[in-house]
Design a protein around this ligand. Structure first.
Ligand code: GCB
Length: 611
């Protein structure tokens, strides 16, 4: 998979570059600050398990005119044979997974076609894009009867240029979304979360000037708390322009000139109040070129490590975190996408005393990151390189890298994002080390300001001595790993006997631990799936953590019970992974209060130390 990342000429010239390329145009960031028309709401849909709308009976791809992209219907001309009709087919909501919208689609994995008719009036002096927050997993987009491109990956945004193709009046947008799991995919066929299909995030028409500010990066320069550094990238024919970066509250109005590629780097002195969980300070920032202007709210902070410490703004911190899946709260089911979902989920994390969230195991929607930033929650952001990826397949690598690039591109201006994670629980081996090392190098090249890591696994030195032997630990910034002593590995008493040692002097971070309980199910502490078992496991885990040298953060698994087809005991699991500290309906389990008490203790100790 290759991407066009060069700045290309505006208007139709640009279309020619993108058309024929199957891939989306380079990502336009900060969509909320652009001139947009929302296409969210009711769409039409056709469920197509045999991909009848895409392939003929010899399984050859149909020409656009014969495929469902043509958006014909039987009623329009009854002399012709069209065996589909969007107009009379079922409604579906966008954004939203299909699994929770219709009982028949609960386990469905395959193709669903989406169709939206929208009115539009293109301006001759503007370029138009269609932007998808995300669609899982492979998406082919067609406009007014013609395929315009394809995107792979279920959790990152993508946009296609439709200048010259979107017309005055009614337009037909047809989107084929296929969530079939694939061995070579990222993630692969095996995971522990629901494979929600569909257009799971918002869809917008984005209107920009002929030459526009496509992307920019503005953060404190690595290692400095009073120099801001970054760059801006224009897209369009008028590449060479004067650009001003303004931060009015700090008296900054810094001018730069973009080069023939529309790119300019900048650096200037700045004296900001630093962003932190206690003071999540953001500043209005305005970037203005001769042809475009974009506003954002940006915070400034430093994040680094020193020996076994994580330093935020130069000060040692403990990351009081929790892992979260992007699933709606209160038993609504399905993929979370809205600001309200984000506020509820993150509000629960705050209630537990968190200053940190691990957004597992894939990039969450932009609301999650922005609301967390506003609430003072640091973020660990991850791509779905999970378990047994095809390490030797160059296409799998390209896919993983494209998802990484899109994650970093979208969220690199968020002060709260402090760790980029490239993988979760992947098996040791040379191909995997090469694959992940390349992803890490790519991340650092794009963003030298943040920590880079992966969720690794523990290893035993002897029966009671535990460590991490993974070669990847030499490459990443944190010794971060998942461990389930007391759940998958023995019973909770085992925690009492463990001794942890690490050869490498880096901060230790436990990215997962925990066990399952059904909210309201009580019994003996020895009985699995009772709140008492889980509570005991958390208490013993915490006592064990107190003996771990260099422990700098914990993100228990997991904030809320989440759907997973791996979890099959009727009456207990019912398709839910029950390791949530909070139930799918919002009930706080006993272990929630154990975590809360510990985090409040840590916070109080930190406050005492700084007084
Ligand atoms: C893990 C995985 C996570 C699972 C969890 C579990 O190690 O990283 O995705 O959901 O264990 O509950 O088994």
């Amino acid at each position: 998979m290759k991407r066009t990342i060069t700045t290309v000429a505006a208007g139709l010239a640009c279309l020619c570059m993108y058309a024929g390329e199957d891939l989306p145009a380079p990502q336009i960031i900060n969509i909320a600050a652009r001139n947009t028309v929302s296409l969210d709401g009711v769409w039409k849909s056709i469920v197509d398990p045999y991909e009848n709308g895409y392939y003929d009976y010899r399984l050859k791809p149909l020409k656009d005119g014969s495929s469902y992209f043509a958006d014909k219907d039987f009623d329009a001309d009854r002399t012709k044979l069209y065996e589909y009709n969007f107009n009379t087919d079922r409604d579906i909501l966008v954004p939203g997974d299909w699994n929770t919208q219709r009982p028949q689609l609960y386990y469905y994995e395959g193709t669903v076609w989406y169709r939206k008719i929208f009115r539009y009036s293109p301006s001759p002096d503007k370029r138009t894009f269609i932007y998808f927050g995300a669609a899982n997993y492979e998406t082919v987009v067609g406009l007014n009867g013609r395929k315009i491109g394809k995107h792979t990956g279920g959790y990152t945004p993508f946009n296609f240029e439709i200048t010259g193709q979107v017309r005055k009046g009614d337009n037909s947008l047809v989107v084929k979304v296929d969530n079939k799991r694939r061995p070579e995919g990222v993630p692969t066929v095996n995971s522990d979360w629901w494979n929600y299909g569909g257009i799971t995030r918002s869809v917008e028409i984005v209107e920009v000037p002929m030459t526009f500010i496509r992307d920019y990066f503005l953060q404190l320069k690595k290692g400095s708390s009073n120099v801001a550094a970054g760059w801006v990238r224009l897209d369009g024919e008028q590449a060479e322009q004067s650009v001003t970066v303004e931060i009015p509250e700090l008296g900054i109005a810094h001018k730069v000139r973009t080069d023939a590629q529309g790119y300019a780097a900048f650096e200037f002195r700045i004296r900001p109040e630093l962003w932190s969980p206690e003071n999540p300070r953001l500043y209005d920032v305005k970037i203005t070129s001769e042809t475009d202007s974009v506003s954002d709210r940006i915070g400034f902070r430093t994040i680094s490590t020193k020996g076994t410490d994580i330093l935020l703004n130069g000060k040692k911190i403990y990351c009081r975190g929790v892992s979260i899946h992007e699933e709606k709260p209160y038993g609504l089911g399905g993929r979370a996408w809205s600001e309200e979902h984000a506020r509820t989920l993150l509000g629960w994390a705050k209630e537990m005393g968190c200053n940190f969230v691990r957004l597992a195991h894939y990039p969450h929607n932009e609301n999650m990151v922005r609301v967390a930033e506003e609430m003072g929650l640091m973020v660990w952001s991850e791509i779905p390189v999970y378990w047994t990826i095809h390490w030797d397949d160059p296409d799998t690598y390209a896919n993983a890298e494209a998802q990484l690039v899109d994650m970093v591109t979208r969220d690199k201006n968020r002060a709260n994002v402090v760790v980029w994670s490239v993988a979760n629980e992947t098996p040791h081996g040379p191909s995997r080390l090469k694959f992940l090392s390349s992803l890490i190098a790519r991340t650092r090249e794009m963003d030298p300001t943040r920590l880079v890591s992966a969720a690794m696994e523990k290893d035993y030195i002897s029966g009671t001595k535990v460590t991490v032997k993974d070669d990847l630990a030499d490459v990443v910034d944190l010794i971060s790993f998942n461990q389930y002593i007391g759940w998958y590995d023995g019973s909770p008493e085992k925690c009492d006997r463990m001794e942890w040692t690490f050869d490498i002097k880096k901060p230790v971070f436990i990215t997962e631990f925990g066990g399952g309980a059904v909210y309201g199910r009580h019994g003996d502490a020895g009985e699995r799936f009772t709140e008492e078992y889980m509570e005991d496991l958390y208490r013993r885990s915490i006592e064990m953590f107190k003996r771990i040298p260099g422990l700098a953060g914990t993100t228990p698994w997991v904030l809320k019970d989440f759907r997973s087809p791996r979890r099959q005991i009727v009456g207990i699991q019912d398709d839910y992974n029950r390791k949530g500290l909070i139930s799918d309906q919002g009930g706080r389990k006993k272990a929630f209060y154990v975590m809360k008490e510990w985090y409040e203790e840590i916070k109080a100790e930190e406050e005492l130390r700084t007084e």
